[in-house]
Design a protein around this ligand. Structure first.
Ligand code: ADP
Ligand code: ASP
Ligand code: MG
Length: 406
């Protein structure tokens, strides 16, 4: 007997037929003698609609009330799945975040999980009852409903698997695993049998939304056995594993892209020590996350331009913050651009194989794609390009690195 956490995303619970199909997958695990906790998302499209309504009724709104609204999608699906399970003879009970309780910090709208009470769930699971848990939500220190940020149900599932000491955490979605790149953009993308935690973490943070970044970090920290598979087919999925278990010797493992990027350039800054520390200090104080940074000096070395990238939703706020500092910073101009996308190539082989950056830059140059900003980590190279080159860049790199070949 094993203890399993199964997570079903929005398209997997998109309508009543899909929910019935999910109930059958849960039943199969119960029939095999396993203890099962199921985490579900809202029906696909629901959370978008709820977010939109919150924006429409008040563009600047109270994050506590935003959480009350956007968490409701999951309340519907846990109830419906519990009923569907009961109807096929499975003992099941639904659980909202506050009922478990899943405790978070007080950052409403993008709360972090702090702890999960497991006593009640443990007892129910041991007695053979299926726990159907609402993803994406918890309870804050203020006693109010909190949500974990978009895509957060993956994190709910992994956190629950860690807290319940589950043997496996199976993430069911609308593709049958992690591919070399988004299969919806690149039909030639190849499904990976395995991917390392580190690579998956970089892929997720670079925009591959098949797993939410925090869920991967958590699975890595708590040694959760994680796999991604489809709720629409019975194909084997992708296992997320430690490096030593991964024998694939590809130059790179995958390509990710994100169109939710923007860049800001500060033109003609005085080139003096402390200026970068000041700029990025002010941005951090305002909770603005900066991703890539380049600084270029002028010919006479008295002036410098600094360009950095950030999430497109933060651009207006960042420009406002920096304009308020104009007198101190003495820049000549500030320019924002939201028509940029980040393209990243990822692979642990980069540590040992030289020339990967050269190949990437030559391929993009051959296609006439200009690179605005470049950044690298040990196992990732990211570049910022004009948004309308996203597909061309991903496809050309996928071909050049022959990722369709096993
Ligand atoms: P869910 O609602 O189940 O959480 P998501 O839409 O969040 O599903 O994530 C699944 C989607 O992730 C897929 O439909 C696919 O388009 C996208 N995706 C992006 N990059 C990848 C990748 N490398 N491998 C697989 N899917 C990817
Ligand atoms: N329903 C939430 C969202 O759409 C959480 C999730 O699906 O993971 O962001
Ligand atoms: Mg998701």
């Amino acid at each position: 007997m094993a203890r399993i956490v199964q997570k079903f995303g929005g398209t997997s619970v998109a309508d009543l037929d899909r929910i019935r199909a999910v109930a059958q997958r849960v039943k199969a695990e119960v029939d095999a003698g396993n203890e099962v906790a199921v985490v579900v998302s809202a029906m696909s499209g629901t959370t978008n609609q709820l977010v939109e309504w919150s924006r429409e009724i008040g563009p600047v709104h109270d994050a506590r009330e935003y959480d009350v609204v956007v968490s409701t999608g999951e309340q519907v699906t846990v109830g419906l799945l519990a009923i569907a399970l009961q109807n096929i003879g499975i003992d099941a009970r639904s659980w909202l975040g506050w009922q478990i309780a899943l405790h978070t910090n007080d950052v409403h709208g993008s709360a972090r999980i702090e702890s999960i009470d497991t006593d009640k769930l443990d007892e129910r699971l041991s007695s053979g009852q299926v726990a159907v848990v609402a993803g994406f939500q918890g309870i804050g220190p203020d006693g109010r409903i909190s949500t974990l940020g978009r895509g957060g149900s993956d994190t709910s599932a992994v956190a629950l698997a860690a807290a319940l000491n589950a043997d496996r955490c199976d993430i069911y979605t609308d593709v049958d695993g992690v591919y070399t790149t988004d299969p919806r953009m690149m039909p030639k993308a190849r499904k990976l049998e395995r991917i390392t935690f580190e690579e998956m973490l970089e892929m997720a943070s670079a925009g591959a939304k098949v797993l939410e970044t925090r869920s991967v970090a958590m699975a890595m920290r708590y040694d959760v056995n994680l796999q991604v598979l489809s709720s629409f087919s019975d194909q084997p999925g992708t296992l997320v594993v430690n490096e030593e278990q991964n024998m694939e010797q590809q130059k790179i493992s995958g390509i990710a892209y994100s169109r939710d990027e923007a860049k800001i350039t500060l033109v003609g800054l005085p080139d003096r020590p402390g200026i970068a520390a000041y700029i990025f200090g002010v941005l951090a104080d305002n909770h603005i996350n900066v991703d890539m940074i380049v600084q270029s000096a002028s010919a006479d070395k008295t002036q410098t331009d600094i360009t950095f990238s950030l999430g497109s939703l933060d651009v207006e706020k960042a420009i406002g913050v920096l304009k308020a500092e104009e007198q101190k910073l003495e820049y000549k101009d500030i320019v924002g651009d939201v028509d940029v996308a980040k393209i990243s190539i990822i692979g642990t082989a980069m540590r040992t194989q030289p020339g990967i950056a050269k190949t990437m830059f030559s391929v993009l140059a051959e296609k006439g794609i200009n690179l605005h900003v470049i950044s690298t980590s040990e196992i990732k190279i990211s570049v910022l390009v004009d948004t309308n080159y996203t597909e061309l860049a991903v496809r050309s790199l996928h071909d050049a690195f022959q990722l369709d070949e096993a």
